[in-house]
Design a protein around this ligand. Structure first.
Ligand code: NAP
Length: 266
């Protein structure tokens, strides 16, 4: 398939329902809007029920679509079962795992609970999510799974070491699934983010880094590129950075550059 799909072709290709894990604000909300613009009904998942409900109301009013919400912590090992109680027999055709947990600071000073939570939300979470939603897509021979990754996943990253490693996991998981599922008509893509203007990003960094993108641009580009797996990098600056740190630079230099970019995170 070549070129972006029209809204009608999009729902023909993927179906009528999408789900976004981590959808109450920021990038996750932008993903939900990108699906809604294409006429998809959406299931929104996050912890804060009041934010989800308010956002859902806005989507219904603006796009005339159906919206369901699930308030659950993606660190819960049973979260997929909880979500599936709401999705039931819906034909979920696009499944986006956006949420992540990123404690900042030296590894030895982070609590064991924080470090395990990174694995719960960023590693076990996408595995359970893909395992829940990919099998029916395979049966229907249509659908897409999206895992949101990060430039931090290309190399070790001091002060966010466990988060960066978890993002490498998601990237490689998506590539493997892409290789398995494409013959069943299911697209899989790891979408690689540099800095994106989201509430979380501003809480951690307070300012725009070079190449910072609006969440709407990142989400829209990703959703228009579901067929371009196994990996897409959004934005020219991030493409350049990904080529440099991922392919060109010696590992020690890549880690040193990363250390500079994470030095002032809080
Ligand atoms: N922003 C950036 O600059 C940047 C850079 C590189 C990569 N990324 C990647 O982009 C994705 C989005 O990042 P972001 O931090 O900017 O977030 P975001 O999409 O703006 O917000 C995070 C969303 O996930 C939900 N969430 C977080 N933890 C959750 C949990 N344990 N259970 C359920 N829902 C949860 C939050 O809602 P509740 O709080 O209501 O649960 C919120 O809706 C992540 O995968 C991140 O690794 C972002």
């Amino acid at each position: 398939m070549r070129g972006p799909l029209s809204a009608g072709d999009f729902t023909d290709r993927y179906g009528r329902w999408g789900i976004v894990a981590g959808a109450s604000e920021g990038l996750g909300a932008a993903f939900a809007r990108a699906l809604a613009r294409r006429g998809m009904n959406v299931v929104l998942v996050a912890r804060r029920a009041h934010l989800l409900e308010a956002f859902a109301e806005g989507l219904r009013a603006e796009y005339g679509i159906e919206v369901r919400t699930v308030a659950v912590d993606l660190a819960d090992p049973e979260f997929a079962t909880v979500v599936q109680r709401t999705t039931g027999t819906l034909e979920v055709g696009v499944a986006i795992y956006n949420a992540a947990y990123a404690p900042v600071g030296d590894f030895v000073e982070r609590s064991v609970e924080e470090l395990v939570r990174v694995v719960d939300v960023n590693v076990r979470g996408p595995v359970l999510f893909a395992r829940a939603f990919a099998p029916p897509m395979v049966v229907r021979r249509r659908g897409a799974v999206v895992l949101v990754s990060s430039l931090a996943g290309y190399q070790g990253a001091p002060r966010i070491a466990s988060y960066a490693a978890s993002k490498a996991f998601g990237m490689v998981l998506a590539e493997g699934l892409w290789g398995e599922l494409r013959r069943h008509g299911v697209d899989v893509v790891a979408t690689i983010a540099g800095a994106i203007r989201t509430p979380n990003y501003f809480r951690a960094s307070g300012t725009d880094a070079p190449g910072t993108l609006d969440a709407e641009v990142f989400a829209e580009t990703t959703v228009a590129s579901l067929h371009r797996g196994p990996r897409i990098v959004v934005g020219w600056f991030n493409k350049l950075a990904s080529w440099l740190v991922g392919r060109l630079l010696p590992r020690r230099l890549a880690v040193a550059i990363m250390a500079k970019t994470t030095r002032d995170l809080s």
